[in-house]
Design a binder for this molecule. Structure first.
Ligand code: V47
Length: 362
């Protein structure tokens, strides 16, 4: 740390010695030189996962883009009578799963619109049927927003609803729906959606049931660094209590085809700053994921120089959330060889992982 002088010297030394950054210090850090943030974040990443960077073989199931909510940043939702709406039947979904049987995929990520009719028992049954087709594939299913709606509608407590889905075969929960927790922003970009408190409660209950989950944050729209640090702080507090989060995934707001399109997208420099600050602040999160379908392949490679240690999965052209919002990858799909090449090009050792970050034996 001899090289660091001036106002960041003490803070950089504290971080490098493993000290926890307070929210106030984090705000100061957001203005630090990007090179310093990258340096500190990579040192922390290396302490946690050495030279390894993870990817998995996965695909998505997006049962519907019909949604009872109408979030302003969403490019994906369509009204039920739109020619662009989809609402797959159980048989159609099982056919999508069947097609991937034997592909080497270890995880299916299920998420979509919050459907007005299909509820908890429908989705529990869907998970059971998926597991019958692909018993060895782990099911990462439903954002806390979908879960909150279906469980409340069924009249169960979050704990009982989650236990029912777990018994049906749900293995983990993805990080979607967190957006920005601060109510002054959340109430403007997704006023109808479940609250921050509910998102955190559902993840906390899931952790208590032994389910691991991920966390996201939608950044780069009308929020500022105070809101971002507040979001990270609430996640860090819950993780202190439960230890159930695996990965944090900062999701860059993409501005095509939604009602916030007038807002521009933030720079790649800002993306790197966001990743590095997340890695530094979330000292109790094992992994920071740079989601390649959202950043694009080139930026994902760069993200590995700012503390990310996971790039998500092969996807097999099975998600539309980001392509519809303007991400570069129109049909997101990467072979495992391509994922390994990307990781090696960034100077790391690729490791294919399962949902729980165990290496997959080849
Ligand atoms: O919650 C929607 C985001 C999320 C836009 O857990 C947008 O492994 C940017 O959560 N611009 C869903 N983002 C996706 C998600 C996810 C993705 C990959 C891996 C995991 C995981 C979780 O997508 C939503 C919302 O925050 N989103 N629209 C948009 N225009």
């Amino acid at each position: 740390m001899e090289l660091v002088t001036g106002k960041y010297k003490d803070l950089a030394e504290k971080i490098d010695a493993g000290g926890r950054v307070t929210p106030e210090e984090a705000i100061l850090l957001t203005e630090a030189p990007l090179s310093l943030l990258g340096f500190l974040a990579v040192r922390i990443k290396k302490r946690k996962s050495g030279d390894e960077v993870y990817y998995n073989r996965n695909f998505h199931v997006e049962p519907t883009n019909i949604c009872v909510f109408n979030c302003k940043f969403c490019s994906y939702r369509r009204p039920a009578d739109s020619p662009e709406a989809w609402d797959y039947t159980v048989d159609e979904i099982l056919e999508q799963v069947q097609r991937r049987k034997g592909s080497g995929a270890t995880e299916v990520h299920i998420t979509g619109g919050v459907h007005p009719r299909n509820g908890l028992y429908y989705y529990a049954d869907l998970i059971k049927k998926i597991k019958q087709v692909v018993p060895d594939i782990s099911v990462k299913a439903f954002s806390a927003i979908e879960l909150g709606y279906m469980i409340r509608k069924a009249g169960l407590s979050f704990r009982d609803g989650l236990a029912l889905l777990k018994n049906a075969g749900m293995d983990s929960i993805p990080g979607g729906g967190a957006e920005i927790f601060a109510n002054e922003i959340r109430s403007r970009i997704c006023p109808e959606k479940g609250s921050a408190e509910e998102w955190l409660e559902i993840h906390g209950e899931a952790h208590k049931l032994g389910l691991t989950t991920n966390a996201t944050m939608l950044y780069g729209h009308i929020e500022n660094w105070e809101h971002r640090i507040d979001h990270l702080n609430r996640l860090r507090k819950l993780q202190d209590e439960t230890g159930g989060f695996n990965a944090f995934i900062p999701l860059k707001y993409r501005n095509k085809n939604n009602s916030m399109s007038a807002i521009g997208e933030v720079s790649i420099v800002e993306d790197m700053r966001m990743l590095a600050v997340s890695r530094i602040f979330l000292d109790n999160f094992p992994h920071i994921k740079a989601y390649w379908a959202m950043y694009g392949k080139t930026v994902t490679e760069l993200a590995l120089a700012y503390g990310a240690d996971d790039i998500d999965g092969t996807i097999d052209d099975s998600t539309k959330i980001y392509s519809m919002a303007g991400a570069e990858e129109r049909k997101p799909s990467m072979s495992s060889a391509e994922m390994e090449r990307l990781i090696k090009n960034a100077g790391y050792i690729p490791v294919e992982r399962d949902t729980f970050y165990n290496p997959v034996k080849k």
